[in-house]
Design a protein around this ligand. Structure first.
Ligand SMILES: NC(=O)c1ccc[n+]([C@@H]2O[C@H](COP(=O)([O-])OP(=O)(O)OC[C@H]3O[C@@H](n4cnc5c(N)ncnc54)[C@H](OP(=O)(O)O)[C@@H]3O)[C@@H](O)[C@H]2O)c1
Length: 343
C-alpha cells in the first residue's frame, strides 16, 4: 500500500497552559505519511483515550513521565488498525493498543518501546473497553485498590470520581472482594448509575449534598479505604471519617490540575497520625508486568455480567481541544473516548 498519499492530522502542544487549556495552546498540522521501512508499521487511529493525566503532561517539571515538549504531537493512548506493515509482529488489519498520540495516523517501528503497541481482540470485547476497564484506567483501579488499598471483606471502601473510568473499576472490584462501597460523584444521574448499574451500596452527590453528612450516613462504621481521584476539599473531608489503620490511595487530584496557584494539600492530615493510617501514591505503570492478571479477572466478571463499564464517546479528531476539557468540568459520563475514525 502506498501510504504517502495519506494526510496525517496532528495536534501539537503550542504553549504550556496556565489554568484550563485554551485553543491557542494547540497547533494543528497536516503532513503526508512517509514510506515505511523494514520493521515498521502504519496505524490508523480509531479511538483515543482522553485522560486527566494529559493535563499534567502539558506542564514543565519533574513527574513520573517526561513532559510533552513544545511542538511535539500530544501524547495519548489509543486504539488503531494496522493499515501497512513491514514487520512480522503485526499484520494489516490487526487492532492494536498503545501510545498513538493525538493524530490520525502513527508511523514507526512495530516494537517501539515508547508506544508499546500490543494486539487487542475486537471479538472478545468492543474496542473502547480496552481503553477503560481492560486498559490503563482499569489497571489503575484494580492494582491501586488491591495492592495499595489492601481491602478486606467487610471493610468500607470510599471512592471519588466514582462514575469515571478509574472509579467504576475501583467500586466494582471492591464489591467483588466483599466490601461495602460508597461512591462520591457529581450529580444525581451519575450517583444513580453507580448504585443501580454498577452495584455500589451508596453514592454521595458532592455537588448537591453535604459530603460529611453523607459519609456519616453511608459509612456508619467509618472509612477503611479511601481511593482518591480528586484531591482538594473532598480528600480533606473524607480524612475526618477514617478508621484506625485506614489506607488512603492517592491516585489523582483532578480538582487541582488546572490551578493557577499552588496545589492545595490536605489540612486534615493529622487524621493519619491519630488513626495510625497510611497515605500512599500509585502509578499504574509499576504494575505493567501484571496487567494480564487484572485483565483476566475483570474480563471474567464482565462475561458473567457482574462487572459493567460505561464509555462516553465523542466523534471527531477536530473536537479534541474541547472534549479534553469535559474531564475537568465533570461533563464526561464514563470513560472519555475520542473516536477518530469508523472501525
Ligand atoms: N496514578 C495513576 O497511575 C493514574 C492513572 C489513571 C488515572 N489517574 C487519575 O485518576 C483520576 C480519575 O481519572 P479517570 O480517567 O477515571 O477520569 P474520570 O473520572 O473518568 O473523569 C474525570 C472526572 O473527575 C471529576 N472531577 C472533575 N473536576 C473535579 C473537581 N474539581 N472536583 C471533584 N471531581 C472533579 C468529574 O466527575 P464528577 O462529575 O463526578 O465530579 C469528572 O467526570 C484522575 O485524577 C487521574 O489523573 C491516575
Amino acid at each position: 500500500m502506498n501510504v504517502t498519499a495519506i494526510q496525517n492530522q496532528q495536534y501539537r502542544l503550542a504553549a504550556r497552559p496556565f489554568g484550563m487549556p485554551k485553543p491557542s495552546d494547540w497547533q494543528v498540522t497536516v503532513e503526508a505519511l512517509r514510506d515505511i521501512t523494514d520493521g515498521e508499521i502504519v496505524v490508523q487511529t480509531l479511538y483515543l483515550s482522553l485522560d486527566p493525566a494529559m493535563r499534567g503532561w502539558m506542564n514543565e517539571g519533574k513527574s513520573y513521565i517526561r513532559p510533552v515538549a513544545i511542538g511535539e504531537v500530544m501524547r495519548a493512548g489509543g486504539i488503531g488498525r494496522v493499515i501497512a506493515s513491514k514487520s512480522p509482529k503485526f499484520a494489516v488489519g490487526d487492532s492494536v493498543c498503545g501510545g498513538i498520540g493525538v493524530q490520525s495516523y502513527w508511523v514507526g517501528a512495530a516494537d517501539d518501546k515508547t508506544s508499546g503497541f500490543y494486539k487487542v481482540d475486537s471479538t472478545l470485547a468492543p474496542l473502547p473497553k480496552y481503553l477503560n476497564a481492560l486498559g490503563m484506567p482499569g489497571m489503575t483501579g484494580y492494582f491501586g485498590l488491591l495492592e495499595v488499598g489492601q481491602p478486606k471483606a467487610g471493610e468500607t471502601v470510599v471512592v471519588s470520581g466514582a462514575s469515571g473510568a478509574v472509579g467504576q473499576t475501583v467500586g466494582q472490584v471492591a464489591k467483588h472482594k466483599g466490601c461495602r462501597v460508597v461512591g462520591i460523584a457529581g450529580g444525581r444521574e451519575k450517583c444513580d448509575f453507580v448504585v443501580n448499574e454498577l452495584g455500589f451500596d451508596a453514592c454521595i452527590d458532592y455537588k448537591n449534598d453535604a459530603l460529611k453528612d453523607g459519609l456519616k450516613q453511608h459509612c456508619p462504621n467509618g472509612v477503611d479505604v479511601y481511593f482518591d481521584n480528586v484531591g482538594g476539599e473532598i480528600l480533606d473531608t473524607v480524612l475526618t471519617q477514617i478508621n484506625l489503620k485506614a489506607r488512603i490511595i492517592i491516585c489523582g487530584a483532578i480538582s487541582q490540575y488546572n490551578n493557577t496557584s499552588t496545589v492545595k494539600g490536605p489540612a486534615n492530615y493529622l487524621a493519619l497520625l491519630v488513626n495510625r493510617a497510611r497515605m500512599e501514591g500509585i502509578v499504574v505503570f509499576d504494575y505493567a508486568d501484571r496487567y494480564q492478571v487484572g485483565m483476566k479477572e475483570m474480563a471474567k466478571w464482565m462475561k458473567e455480567g457482574s462487572f459493567k463499564t460505561r464509555e462516553d464517546i465523542v466523534f471527531g479528531l477536530e473536537k479534541f481541544p474541547e472534549t479534553l476539557l469535559m474531564l475537568f468540568e465533570g461533563k464526561n459520563f464514563g470513560k472519555l473516548v475520542l473516536q477518530v475514525a469508523q472501525e
